[in-house]
Design a protein around this ligand. Sequence first.
Ligand SMILES: *[C@@H]1O[C@H](CO)[C@@H](O)[C@H](O)[C@H]1NC(C)=O
Ligand SMILES: *[C@@H]1O[C@H](CO)[C@@H](O)[C@H](O)[C@H]1NC(C)=O
Length: 217
Amino acid sequence: GKLEEEVAAMLRVLRVLPPTRELLEDVGPEEVVAIAHQAARDFMEVYVACPAIVPRCMWGARPYRGTPKPLTLPLGSVYIHHTFIPSAPCRTFTACAHAMRFMQRFHQDTRGWDDIGYSFVVGSDGYLYQGRGWHWVGAHTKGYNSKGYGVGYVGNFSATLPDPDTIALVRDGLLPCAVRTGRLHHNYTLRGHRQMGNTDCPGNSLFHEIETWHGFE
Ligand SMILES: *[C@@H]1O[C@H](CO)[C@@H](O)[C@H](O)[C@H]1NC(C)=O
Ligand SMILES: *[C@@H]1O[C@H](CO)[C@@H](O)[C@H](O)[C@H]1NC(C)=O
């Protein structure tokens, strides 16, 4: 509410200042209130309700190949993965961006997929990285790609765990944000990749960790 008032007050100031007066002359008082309301919501969604997600342009993604398929939101599931290779958690932006480009190259050139498979990737540098993102069908969990988001931790978590902050980034950050912003059903189910196919992923240690998370089934 406070933010909304501040935005509305600023728009009223801009409406009388010479450089912006002309631009806003057709914007009436009710419209100012509506714009402030929407702006405050957008801001909350991007900067408060959700953790920062490094966009594709920042990690140096290649373009998507072909035409992406849209997801029908909200989704009912989340599948947790580890990348296995790279096997070391990435702890700097440089290392995580490199891991993203490496995985995208591998998924496009060797696997023959349209793009990096994961919806989101989790660095150990404090950031999430955008893979296919909120709106496009991924290639992470065979047979279930339109049912859920695939979230992949960079590293090999068979015998070790991600740092507590990196665990919390998904458990307490990304997932509640996905529910609040209407991308994930409030009653979503969370599963490890190994429950959906013949794989060890997301590693024994990480699998036992996610067994304690909300929505695990
Ligand atoms: C992953 O970790 C397990 C357990 O430490 C180890 O046996 C395996 O060789 C590792 N694999 C890779 C690709 O690093
Ligand atoms: C989740 O909730 C939605 C509506 O709120 C319902 O349609 C759906 O069946 C529920 N799913 C499960 C697994 O309970």
